[in-house]
Design a protein around this ligand. Structure first.
Ligand code: TMP
Length: 390
């Protein structure tokens, strides 16, 4: 087994550990942030994984319901699954604030959420979604589930072997498990290096996931390519001997990955330089704008924004502040860069010349919502795949 460096983002604080004002005078812990390819399993993973409790804690501030694009995506998924598989009971692992299970519940289906972060678990309970306040793993006792969901969770799990074998144990004989995760192919092609942060232990391709599932007695029988989060895969898995018929889609996506070279090492080795080049390009742009005395504000305080800002060394010297719709983030400071986070109303008051969109995965939704910045001549900057003024 050998490992190859995929990306080196230096040392960074945990990206969703926002700072309250009273912490600004205290030191902050920085952890190495390097992603490596394992040439055998084809998994790209962090070299120094942190304990999950350090990341998914009771003040976890990411509420999945903050984006209407994402809610629509969740609703469509629920309707599709109900129509295709007719589940009687559904378990979601990492179901956050109930953004997805609410649609199954509305259809009269029995639901259970596994959510270790009490901040978001409480929001799920408030929607009437029964929520078990813990991590899911092979020691979990739920059994015989028709549909098990881990959407945007597989990448967040430090012990994949334990997690996947837990799914095998908990799935009914003809049950279906679906996993959504950002596709490594897009990460590389679209230069989405800022999605590398301590919360994401793994960066996944279908070939790596297929191997991993096989090792634990699960079979991939379908896959869909989705546009969410910069391009994701939705993988459908079942027990080896279940009757779900494999689709052509699985062959097609693996073929696509091989055409791009994900089974070889070259594309991984060349990524690190692309990351460095993007940093220089973004800084070039921001330095020119600041020299001209333009004001710049950030929109959104996503975890990926913190990777980007901390890796590039962008602080209040470039961005006056950022705004975010999440109440739990407002009034706080970004980890590392310590840029203040404000309510979106602050934007119209400040009338900045430029708005840097940090959650570029929602850029259409955000640019639609912020069309009024054009009234004062404001422009957008989108940093990824390459810094661009719109
Ligand atoms: P994500 O890119 O990791 O999903 O995080 C999105 C962040 O952006 C989250 O903090 C919510 C925030 N956000 C807004 O503040 N306004 C918006 O319109 C959208 C779509 C997201």
């Amino acid at each position: 087994m050998s490992k190859i460096l995929f990306a080196d983002l230096g040392a960074q604080p945990i990206p969703n550990n926002f700072l309250s004002a009273d912490k600004l005078r205290a030191p902050e812990v920085y952890y190495p942030l390097r992603a490596m390819l394992d040439t055998e399993t084809r998994l790209v993973q962090l070299e120094t994984p942190l304990p999950r409790e350090a990341i998914f804690h009771d003040d976890y501030p990411y509420f999945s319901s903050q984006s209407t694009t994402f809610l629509k995506h969740a609703e469509m998924y629920a309707h599709e699954m109900i129509e295709r598989f007719h589940p009687k009971n559904v378990v979601e692992v990492g179901g956050n604030d109930g953004y997805l299970l609410q649609y199954f519940k509305a259809a009269g289906i029995s639901v259970l959420n596994y959510e270790p972060c009490t901040s978001v678990a409480a929001a799920a309970e408030a929607k009437g979604i029964p929520t078990y306040p813990g991590f899911f793993g092979s020691d979990t006792r739920v059994r015989m589930n028709d549909l098990m969901i881990a959407n945007n969770v597989l990448a967040h799990v430090p012990d994949l072997d334990d997690f996947v074998s837990g799914f095998r144990e908990a799935l009914a004989p003809e049950g279906v498990a679906t996993f959504e995760f950002p596709h490594l192919l897009n990460l590389i092609q679209q230069n989405q290096f800022d999605t590398i942060y301590h919360e994401h232990y793994s960066y996944l391709s279908l070939m790596a996931v297929t191997k991993l599932f096989m090792k634990h007695g699960l079979r991939v029988f379908d896959v869909q390519e989705l546009s969410v989060h910069g391009g994701s895969l939705r993988v459908f898995a079942c027990h080896m001997d279940a009757h779900h018929v494999p689709t052509q889609g699985v062959v097609d996506v693996i073929h696509h990955e091989m055409e791009f070279g994900l089974h070889e090492d070259k594309v991984y080795e060349s990524f690190a330089e692309k990351v460095r080049a993007t940093k220089r390009e973004l800084l070039d742009l921001l330095i020119i704008l600041k020299r001209e005395r333009y004001s710049i504000v950030g929109y959104g305080a996503p975890a990926k924004g913190n990777t980007l800002l901390n890796y590039c060394g962008i602080g209040s010297d470039f961005l006056d502040f950022v705004v975010d719709t999440t109440p739990a983030k407002q009034g706080m400071y970004l980890p590392g860069s310590r840029i203040p986070v404000k309510h979106p109303a602050a934007l119209a008051e400040a009338r900045p010349n430029y708005v840097l969109i940090l959650p570029w995965n929602f850029k259409d939704e955000i640019m639609g919502k912020l069309a009024h910045i054009r009234d004062w001549g404001g422009k957008f900057i989108v940093p990824i795949p390459k810094p661009e003024v719109i």
